[in-house]
Design a protein around this ligand. Structure first.
Ligand code: GDP
Length: 439
């Protein structure tokens, strides 16, 4: 049987000011130097992809979710540590060599010690060898050997990344599941649980454990027209907290995790509210994970309808989504169950779409005409000539354009080609990858 491993998630936890976001940036920074940016993706991220020595993982910075109000922040940090050990595949526990051991560190250690997940203690701000002995006191946390690092200058960060990524090789492999896996994602309170319940046709969620794995979230199985469909990680929908930042942190963690495991994402929006920053972040996460998706606008029952409302609403959403306006949109109500089945239908359509393969002869016949008519322009004196195109991968599709000067092709030309591909071949809801290669 073939097996797959989802990309692991690593959460950085620790009290404020120990250097979590600096470490996060250091992790991410390594990557941005070698991987091209995804167009249209928001910059101020609290999570990102790290590539290190042949391993890839997603890192999430809990520090981005610390509340402003003093009276809840310690509680929020504790809750986030709980969420992290439950949902992440490994935890980086960051402490501060200059401050030394702090009561909140000890408390966090008590929480983290309950977990069977790998916990890596990093002692930050160890800027020189003379400080190396400083990390000794952190042995008392009872979480194994502390790793002295300096997130700012980068000292020993590479060694620490080795320690983190070495831990992944021991992760269990998940047997490949041929059933369509759908993840319902969206900000808190858009109605994710309600939609899942409406789809399952029951008040209480029916959940089944994936056998043989302890780290896997709980999935629900939906039978749709005789076909079994997996609704990914429905147990994760039930978590509740009173602290806004903890909810957001948990929600982000859960979104990333569900995205890793799904074939198609359903991005849920709330019809009674506009598309806000949080929604855009979720769309960005879907795009970054290169997942195919449909958009479902829930709570449609709350909207006063005139003849054109749906159309106007749809236009407004597509405007807001910019580059990602190709996602199919459906208006639903979990409350009245209006059109909820359509969500599954669209997800199935998008899945068929992402698996399509266009023959090389057809691609060239159609696209080369467009390219001849609108050739790429280089910044410098050199002329860029595209020779031919072929689809090198599907689910999601990747098209390789062979040309003389692949590095000189500009971003707007990539977008032009993507638009032409969508125009001729569809791929609604599917991310299209475009690569320029040397002939
Ligand atoms: P989640 O956090 O995304 O899982 O959201 P929930 O499913 O818990 O729903 C949040 C709130 O919105 C609850 O009070 C639901 O009853 C309400 N809700 C969910 N779907 C609908 C809907 O289609 N119409 C209306 N009017 N309310 C809804």
């Amino acid at each position: 049987m073939t097996a797959q491993t989802a990309i692991p998630i690593v959460a950085i936890v620790g009290r404020p000011n120990v250097g979590k976001s600096t470490l996060f940036n250091r992790f991410i920074g390594e990557r941005e130097a070698i991987v091209f940016d995804t167009p249209g993706v928001t910059r101020d991220r609290k999570y990102g992809t790290v590539e290190w020595a042949g391993s890839t993982f997603t890192v999430i910075d809990t520090g981005g979710y610390v509340p402003r109000s003093e009276d809840v922040f310690e509680q929020a940090i504790r809750e986030q540590a709980h969420f992290a050990i439950e949902e992440a595949d490994a935890v980086v526990f960051l402490v501060d060599a200059i401050d030394g051991l702090n009561p909140l560190d000890k408390e966090l250690a008590d929480i983290l010690r309950m977990s069977r997940k790998p916990i890596h203690v990093a002692v930050n701000k160890v800027d020189g060898a003379k400080r190396d002995q400083d990390d000794a006191e952190f042995f008392a946390l009872g979480l194994g050997k502390p790793h002295p690092i300096a997130a700012l200058g980068g000292r020993q960060v590479g060694d620490f990344l080795d320690v983190i990524t070495n831990g992944f090789s021991r992760r269990p492999r998940i047997p490949k599941d041929r059933r369509l896996k759908i993840a319902i994602v969206g900000k808190p309170n858009v109605g994710k649980s309600s939609v899942v319940n409406a789809l399952l046709g029951v008040k209480r969620q029916v959940v089944t454990d994936v056998p043989g794995t302890t780290r896997d979230p709980v999935d629900a199985i939906l039978t749709y027209e005789g076909e079994e469909i997996v609704l990914v990680d429905t147990a994760g929908l039930r978590k509740r907290s009173k602290i806004v930042e903890s909810i957001e942190f948990y929600s982000a963690l859960r979104t990333l995790k569900a995205l890793e495991r799904c074939d198609v994402a359903v991005i849920l929006l709330d019809a009674s509210e506009g598309v806000d920053k949080q929604d855009v972040h979720i769309v960005d996460a879907v795009v970054e994970h290169r997942r195919s998706a449909v958009i479902a606008v829930n709570k449609w029952d709350l909207v006063d309808k005139e003849t054109n409302t749906a159309l106007q609403y749809e236009r407004a959403i597509r405007d807001r989504l910019g580059l990602h306006e190709h996602f199919p949109i459906v208006f639903v109500s979990a409350l009245t169950r209006q059109r909820v089945a359509k969500i599954v239908e669209l997800a199935k359509e998008v899945d068929v779409e992402q698996r399509r393969k266009i023959t090389t002869s057809k691609l060239n016949r159609i696209l080369m005409a467009d390219i001849e008519q609108t050739p790429p322009s280089a910044k410098g004196p050199k002329e860029i000539r595209i020779k031919y195109v072929t689809q090198v991968r599907s689910a999601p599709p990747l098209f390789a354009f062979f040309c003389n000067e692949p590095t000189l092709v500009q971003e707007n030309y990539r977008r032009f080609l993507e638009n032409r591909i969508r125009h001729h071949f569809g791929f609604a809801g599917v991310p299209i990858g475009i690569a320029f290669k040397a002939k």
